[in-house]
Ligand binder design. Sequence first.
Ligand code: A2P
Length: 331
Amino acid sequence: MKKNIAVVGATGAVGAEMLKALERRKFPVGEVRALASERSAETKIGFGGAEITVEELREDAIPDVDIALFSAGAAVSRKFAPLFAGRGCVVIDNSSAFRMDPRVPLVVPEVNPHAAKKHNGIIANPNCSTIQMVLVLKPIHDAAKIKRVVASTYQSVSGAGWAAMEELTAQTRDVLDGMPARPRVFPHRIAFNCIPHIGAFLENGYTEEEMKMVNETRKILEDDSIAVTATTVRVPVMRGHGEAVNIQTEKKLTAARARELLSGMPNLEVIDEPAKALYPLAVDAEGDDATFVGRIREDVSVECGLDLWIVSDNLLKGAATNAVQIAELLL
Ligand code: A2P
């Protein structure tokens, strides 16, 4: 049974990957509509061997589709997702607009697929850093009950869209040419630099990105007793987020047992042969739907703790692939 699909933000970094994920995963698409801002109206995008014309997203022209994948930012989602849902379509929203709304399920299909069933027309796709982390936390929580998680992220520029990717390329060239680097998307130069600032700063001193990891992790794992803290950092990598994660559990897990549990998780691959210099890398994860985990070891500072390193392509499992997997749950 084919579904008519709209991709809102189809010309963006995530939107382009949503279209590719629908093709790659052989989603049973009927008609596909590509929507973006006025700027891109009438441009052409390839899909399924043909070309589709990008349409301007307008209140008075909401397309009649079964499923809409949104990736045009929170402001667009807040305004347009209810209009699409009101027409009987299911919106899968990649923005932060509805993630913490108790009426809106927040879904990672390998972790909490049951939650998707309880939607009221909108299902939220979690933040990229959260998705790859909960894939790892889920089997560990089920086996040993997680008490506390401390995450430090190394996030690529593609998480901030096309303009950010172009900024890294241009600044790298400028710095190598001895020219001044001009920050536009990021608050500081990103070429040859790391910036501990993703999203706005909040009153508690955390950034929005950090609090997304705290709150979304608990919602997806359906356990508010888990303590989570995070420091999120932008690094000069084009695609693929890395995360160093420390996990304290109630029951002791050996590194070997953790490796075994993680190996059993779908779409999660263990790469953990440090003696051969084998561990997950952003450059290897790029273009892959899977998430990768390695450097799995027992924390020497506490009785029941693990340290590990997680990498995933933020535009794929961290965004487009997870959204299309949610759509697959609706079939
Ligand atoms: P456009 O290309 O026309 O600006 P990215 O995350 O790579 O920056 O992409 C953002 C996506 O969201 C693009 O497809 C962009 O379209 C789209 N977008 C941004 N603002 C709007 C808007 N007001 N209405 C519809 N689409 C929008």
